[in-house]
Design a protein around this ligand. Structure first.
Ligand SMILES: Cc1ncc(C[n+]2csc(CCOP(=O)(O)OP(=O)(O)O)c2C)c(N)n1
Length: 576
């Protein structure tokens, strides 16, 4: 993208007369936006018309469904740390954004969505393509507003960016009526720096920080949990300094994956329902639990009445609403993770917890024997998801960006992909949205074109948003698509097998020819059915300069273990 010499913008107080539609584009430029994911329609046509003149400055990506725009913007935001931006028209365009907004809301992804709306004199008349998008999106946005006057556009957009990226990030939506887009204004842009009554970041309470440090200093069995908040606060190095100084084993949540190197000697693996054996069990043995930037999701805690009851809990979290919501905190630190962990680093004393750390390793060895060896070095004929993912990961030397959809493949990929760079894991954690990965991978690739982006997707989830293959082809984004095909809605089938007496009610899939589908979208593709061809297939995928789809047929009825059954305690984690 070329850099625009702005005639107007954040630095300049000069004004210029323009339409509301052009003011939208100028405001985005003032916020340094260079990529927009969107889909046009009647009520947003003036904005698209204004965009026509700025296409050398803003790369507009024409997705094939508005849901794809939101997931692509999420992928873009997650890898780049920038705000993702979407455009959609009124009515169905706007309602198609809802799943992505809900996904971004629960996973704290900063998005600014701009929707067109019918002209203000038609509001409330059931006009063509009118929907109360503010009402519909209220619960799934951090903030939303409707603009009916051109002169209110720059202020609304400035506020939107500030809210989306500050504090706990999240999605916002601005609905702009067509007459506001056509109207004239004197444009000037002031970035928003504060809003009365909105306190995105509280000052760290140093007395509490001292209490937390004392707990850590006297702990015999401390355990630290890394959530996405560590990545959002760019606190990765500070957390590493803390765990290394005080010799604290740590584990990451699904959303915290990639914050630290996988092979760090204090990294004990993944928490949660399909996480690793040791970190789940040790949660109920530690004496001080330090949770950083995570929200004790039920997939992590299992039965809360049996979760870490023996431990003192230090909860570092920027969003005060998360404190005491699920797990009561003995010492809450409502703060940005970087600020809080920096303060702790000054107060915490060097320490050693050798026996405690060794006990993790002993427990981990049980999982290696009972689960990991079978997953990575299977004796059976059919391929496992684990061996496929590990093969890809090894070829990338821990350097790639992993984008996952939802299901068994997501858990296998999260367990077996190895990371050594932060912001390398993009998944739908909180909402568990099938169909997320393909568009999210496109967005991730556009957000970090220099990195290899591999989307691991199930045969079910792929069919929810596969039309975005067209967007991938049109943008020539070199996304590598790996379909792990078990001809089942695998994760649901696993639950049916384990908890519904193997009654496979409507989970078997008769699938189309994915290779032909990919080729129809002009994306080269290969299918691998036998282990001896796996290497060759993965090499072809990774060596391809442009996008590539690799379908791998995996064992039909494999299960993902370990598993904490729903409602059970983390201590009841099953290995088979
Ligand atoms: C939009 C949506 N609908 C339904 C579900 C429920 N669900 C969770 S996992 C899953 C199966 C996914 O199957 P597939 O994509 O083939 O992946 P696999 O589990 O086989 O790896 C389903 C149906 C969901 N998460 N999202």
């Amino acid at each position: 993208m070329e850099t625009l010499t702005k005639t107007v913008g954040a630095e300049s107080k000069m004004t210029q007369t323009m339409t509301g539609a052009e003011a939208v584009i100028q405001s985005l430029l003032a916020e340094d936006v260079d990529t927009v994911f969107g889909y046009p329609g009647g009520a947003i046509m003036p904005i698209y018309d204004a965009l026509f003149d700025y296409q050398h400055f803003i790369n507009h990506v024409l997705v094939r469904h508005e849901q794809g725009a939101t997931h692509a913007a999420q992928g873009f935001a997650r890898v780049s740390g920038k705000v993702g931006v979407c455009f959609a028209t009124s009515g169905p365009g706007a309602t198609n954004l809802i799943t992505g907004l809900a996904d971004a809301m629960i996973d704290s992804n900063p998005l600014v969505c701009i929707t067109g709306q019918v002209a203000s004199h038609l509001l409330g008349t059931d006009a063509f393509q009118e929907t109360d998008v503010l009402g519909v999106s209220m619960a799934v946005t951090k903030w939303n507003c409707q603009v009916t006057k051109a002169e209110d556009i720059p202020g609304a957009i400035a506020k939107a960016f500030y809210i989306a990226r500050s504090g706990r990030p999240g999605p916002v939506l601005i609905d702009i009526t067509k007459d506001a887009q056509f109207g004239q204004l004197e444009f000037s842009y002031e970035p928003c720096e504060m809003i009365r009554s909105y306190v995105p970041r509280q000052k760290l309470d140093m007395e509490r920080a001292k209490e937390a440090a004392e707990l850590i200093n006297s702990a015999k069995k401390p355990f630290l949990l890394v959530g996405q908040g560590v990545i959002l606060a760019q606190a990765e190095q500070e957390v590493l300094n803390l765990v290394e100084k005080a010799d604290i084993p740590f584990a990451w949540t699904l959303m915290g994956l990639s914050a630290m190197p996988t092979d760090h000697e204090l990294n004990m693996g993944m928490l949660g329902m399909h996480g690793n054996y040791a970190p789940n069990l040790k949660t109920n043995e530690c004496d001080v639990l330090i949770a950083v930037g995570m929200r004790f999701d039920d997939r992590v805690t299992g039965d809360v009445s049996k979760y870490a009851k023996q431990a003192k809990v230090i909860h570092i979290e920027i969003d005060p609403a998360e404190i005491d919501k699920i797990i009561p905190a003995d010492v809450p630190l409502v703060a940005d993770a970087k600020e809080a962990v920096c303060a702790l680093n000054e107060l915490v004393l060097p320490n050693k917890h050798t026996d405690w750390i060794n006990s993790f390793r002993e427990t981990a060895a049980i999982e290696v024997e009972k689960v990991i060896t079978q997953d990575l070095f299977p004796q059976k004929e059919g391929m496992t998801m684990g061996e496929v993912v590990r093969n890809v990961s090894q070829k990338l030397n821990g350097d790639g960006v992993l984008v996952t959809d939802v299901g068994q493949h997501q858990m296998a990929a999260s367990r077996y992909f190895q990371f050594n760079k932060t912001r390398s894991n993009v998944t739908s954690g909180g909402l568990g949205t099938m169909g997320f990965a393909l568009p999210a991978a496109l967005g991730a690739k556009l957000g970090c074109p220099e990195r290899e982006v591999v989307a691991v997707i199930g045969d079910g989830g792929f069919q929810m948003t596969l039309q975005e293959l067209a967007t991938i082809f049109q943008t020539n984004a070199a996304v590598k698509i790996l379909i792990l095909n078990n001809n089942f809605l695998g994760m649901v089938r696993q639950w049916q097998q384990l908890f519904f007496e193997k009654r496979y009610s409507f989970t078997e899939m008769v699938n189309p020819d994915f290779v032909k589908i990919s080729e129809a979208y002009r994306i080269p593709a290969l299918k691998v059915e036998r282990r001896e061809n796996l290497d060759e297939g993965i090499n072809a995928m990774l060596e391809s300069e442009g996008p590539f789809l690799l379908e791998v047929i995996v064992e039909k009825e494999d299960n993902v273990f370990p598993m904490v059954p729903t409602g059970a305690s983390v201590s009841d984690i099953r290995l088979e």
